[in-house]
Design a protein. Structure first.
Length: 219
């Protein structure tokens, strides 16, 4: 069976549309994530990633086979306009590339920045939030036009966005379940990160009953 080529996923879009949520979701799914990587450094990725597909160039040298990169308006306009050429070169180098663009309505973005009290990357003492959002949308038009997938998060919660990313991007690992069973003593307190706790003190304790005991059935 032919091995799948290394995958590079570029995440871009309007500030406040959910890029960080997407990157965190992909990171949890095993992607190697880099936020706000300068576009000029994209050309150096093939040598790094494709060696990972071959197992690395040294013993124990693990290179990522799935990489997600966040690119936003902080990259220079000239670099953003050259993204298409960069992606074509990466694909020619053997990478499976895709661009995911996140967006939301202006009023939704304004509300999110107001609720979180965070500063928009383009806002300043002389640039209002509404003007910054409009300018950012203009600057990112080049990326939006070449995106393989555009997601509108105007009416999407954080949990819904995570689930959608698992279904649309992660694919192979979507729906997988990780479960950890932990035995603990009540006198030491319950585990802080437990989702479910079952009291099984009614069952025979092998520490006190070294020989097999009869099965206790209700009734």
């Amino acid at each position: 069976m032919k091995a799948e080529p290394p995958r590079l996923t570029v995440i871009s879009g309007s500030s406040g549309a959910g890029k960080s949520v997407v990157l965190h979701t992909l990171e949890d799914a095993g992607y190697y994530c880099i936020d706000n990587l300068p576009i000029s450094l994209l050309a150096q990725l093939p040598a790094h990633i494709t060696q990972g597909a071959r197992g690395g160039d040294q013993e124990g040298d693990h290179r990522p086979e799935r990489v997600a990169i966040g690119i936003d308006v902080r990259s220079s306009l000239g670099r953003i306009s050259a993204l298409q050429q960069q992606m074509d070169a990466l694909q020619a180098a053997g990478l499976d590339t895709e661009i995911i663009f996140l967006d939301a309505a202006d009023e939704v973005l304004t509300k999110r920045f107001s609720e979180t009290r965070r500063k928009h990357p383009l806002s300043s003492a002389t640039v209002a939030l509404a003007e910054a959002i409009s300018e950012e949308r203009r600057v990112l038009e080049g990326i939006s036009a070449i995106a393989d997938l555009t997601i509108d998060t105007s009416s999407t919660s954080v949990h819904e966005l995570r689930q959608r990313i698992r279904e649309l991007i992660v694919r192979g690992t979507a729906g997988s379940l990780a479960m950890q069973l932990l035995s603990f003593g009540f006198k030491h307190g319950t585990p802080r990160d437990a989702d479910f706790i079952f009291d099984v003190r009614c069952l025979p304790n092998p520490h006190w009953y070294p020989t097999p005991t009869a099965v206790i059935r209700p009734g």
